[in-house]
Design a protein around this ligand. Sequence first.
Ligand SMILES: Nc1nc2c(c(=O)[nH]1)N[C@H]1C(S)=C(S)[C@@H](COP(=O)(O)O)O[C@H]1N2
Ligand SMILES: [Mo]
Length: 252
Amino acid sequence: MEEPRVDDAPDDPGDENERRGAPVGRRVVLGMLGLGAAGVALGSHVQDRIDAVLAEVSAKDPTGVTGLLPGGGGFRYYSVTSSVPKRNAENYRLTVGGLVDRPMTYRLADLQAMPQQRLVHDVQCVTGWRVPKTAFSGVRLSALLAASGVRPEATAIRFDCFDGAYTESLTLQQARRGDVMVALTMQDKPVTHAHGGPVRLYAAPMYFYKSAKWLSGITLTKSVEPGYWEKLGYDVDAWVGKSNGRSDDPTS
Ligand SMILES: Nc1nc2c(c(=O)[nH]1)N[C@H]1C(S)=C(S)[C@@H](COP(=O)(O)O)O[C@H]1N2
Ligand SMILES: [Mo]
């Protein structure tokens, strides 16, 4: 099971989308974003434009296969839904529930007020692309788990997303690692909508599909509930270089 990808997109993503016409029936949206040095330097205006283009292209493409311009070694944009609602400091909520003593609901400001950690590692997608030395910062998942009091019968976590479709999983042991966090920044800026903001998961030692975007729910479960891609064949234990039949260098 492979994520679809587009290798030869021309310069103008809009034109490409027109030219390709109605794409064939794969449900997965993906694009490639040119989040290179120019985009980073120019900051949020560029990101807003990218978000706008993505929204427009997705709207024209309800079947859900979308290719956008390659940035030359940069990130690619992935979503399994054709559009994702926006959440901001006012309406974003993260729940921690399931097999816990104290279910919690966090606002963005609550998460920002907690101790933050910053990590810099390569990002590796299971389809092969890798982005070197990418900074993430946020709250350790273990801190949120401790705050809610994990019950003894819990062994795993299901992550839900406000795109309404994507899910992920981790064992409790994996979730308590110091390099797994609820990320509020990526590349030292607030996580953008395209990258899963305002809050995404970041699981440093695992393939990037583990790092669920648009994170909305952390649910402690009795056993591992395989996530979206895992039901379609990806490994549940997604260690970089030691899973999915790949031999990439570790990222952590
Ligand atoms: N909600 C959600 N999270 C997701 C995905 C997705 O489609 N939906 N794709 C995953 C995959 S396969 C990858 S490689 C990364 C891509 O992150 P990016 O779009 O910020 O590059 O997000 C992961 N998290
Ligand atoms: Mo991926």
